[in-house]
Ligand binder design. Sequence first.
Ligand code: SAM
Length: 289
Amino acid sequence: MNFLCPRDSGQYCDATVGVGGHARAIIERSAPQGRVIGIDRDAEVLNLARQNLASYGDRVRLVHAPFSKIRSVLEQALALPLDGCIADLGVSSVQLDQPERGFSFRRSGPLDMRMDRSQGATAADLLQRVDEEELARVLHDLGEERFARKIARAVIHARESGELTSTGALAGLVARSVPRREAKDPATRVFQALRIAVNDELGELDRFLQDAPGCLRPGGRLVVIAFHSLEDRMVKRRLKALAAGDAAAPDAPRFQILTKHVITASESEVARNPRARSAKLRAAERLPS
Ligand SMILES: C[S@@+](CC[C@H](N)C(=O)[O-])C[C@H]1O[C@@H](n2cnc3c(N)ncnc32)[C@H](O)[C@@H]1O
């Protein structure tokens, strides 16, 4: 909130509204007239946000959409230009904690992993169609998994013998395929890689980073929280390009970076909320043109 600086009568977008924690903070800090348009591609999570934010009436509007479509969502809602936009990437605790969504390796469920359950291929579909080489690449590139080849081989083998029926079966298979050297569950990186692939999270972020800056008015602020080094690198590069003046797009908006160094959660925050340990926040402000 210190970077977003919500103010009365401002117009904000929470591009990953989740259950509405950030949206609530924005709406309270921008009282009495500030507005928030909240976007999420997960209709179930959005329903929780709707309940949690109901008391703010028409100061909050919620839209079921991927944030790659931010410009058209805001155009249709007549919510341009923005005074601030925040994206808090990845999955929410609500999604992780529901085994039936298939994001959890601790509690078994179907191999789904789609944030938007109304469309697209599930993790099970992906695991059915990939070959060993492609799967190893996904696990290595998106999960930074050292044993990607070994795990990919074991997955293809298990798929052929019909063993890959649940997240629990996949987690067990991963645990048996790699030497256990660290405290972290060996399935962590594999599940992260599959989730990013199933939801095309890097493609989504790339399109968001292209379009969101132009949705802000001069003085408007963009805040992005990433949980994965690949995503954080994309954010850092894009903000740097916007600050330097993008040679490829001379009329692109100019920005000033507000976070010289990436912001991470304090020890006490991580103690309260261990899932914040890998969060990396960057922010920038649009300059007058
Ligand atoms: C870390 S949670 C955000 C939690 C939120 N800040 C809150 O206070 O409750 C990330 C949310 O972003 C959503 N999400 C992830 N990628 C998305 C995308 N490409 N488009 C729209 N929503 C997305 C997820 O469905 C999830 O609800």
